[in-house]
Design a protein around this ligand. Sequence first.
Ligand code: FMN
Length: 170
Amino acid sequence: MLEVIKKRCSVRRYQATPVPEEAIGQLLEAARWAPSAGNLQPWFFYVVRSQGVKECLAAAALEQRFIAQAPVVIVVCAEPERSGRVYGERGRRLYCYQDTAAAVQNILLAATAMGLGTCWVGAFHEDRVRECLAVPPHRVPVAIIPVGYPAEEPVHRTTRREPEEIVSYV
Ligand SMILES: Cc1cc2nc3c(=O)[nH]c(=O)nc-3n(C[C@H](O)[C@H](O)[C@H](O)COP(=O)(O)O)c2cc1C
């Protein structure tokens, strides 16, 4: 597991090779089994293969063109009221987004294990993403995840803060 966690890195160039339906199914399966507060599973996933919708998403995401170049894009949404009904403001403002983020990370890790490249894209105009997919008001777009076979060997270009800086043993 740690190997996969460390291997995952953001991939922003993809081969045109289609991603099999079965592989997408496995990514969604990984998402579905994420933990969630009260097991309320306050999430929803749009699987986008339409070139027109991918172009719309790329434009909504500040022209991050690699989104339109990926064979598949998964848009992950939160459903705040699903958590809010049980946990009130804490569910509405915090749990539903924590739960959804866990589902996103599950997708990224499963994709890595399957040799697929992904990137967690959070920089987008929410209203414009809503328009691309006709997202109803009770859903909030949280992440856009382009998925494809990497066009280059994925290598870590990023660094991590040292444990001494971020951990306190009490
Ligand atoms: C909440 C969130 C939003 C992000 N938004 C973007 C984005 O809009 N565009 C992008 O290219 N990468 C985005 N990233 C990816 C980060 O830049 C990347 O994870 C970070 O630099 C560490 O690199 P690594 O993923 O290769 O380990 C986002 C990551 C997170 C967690």
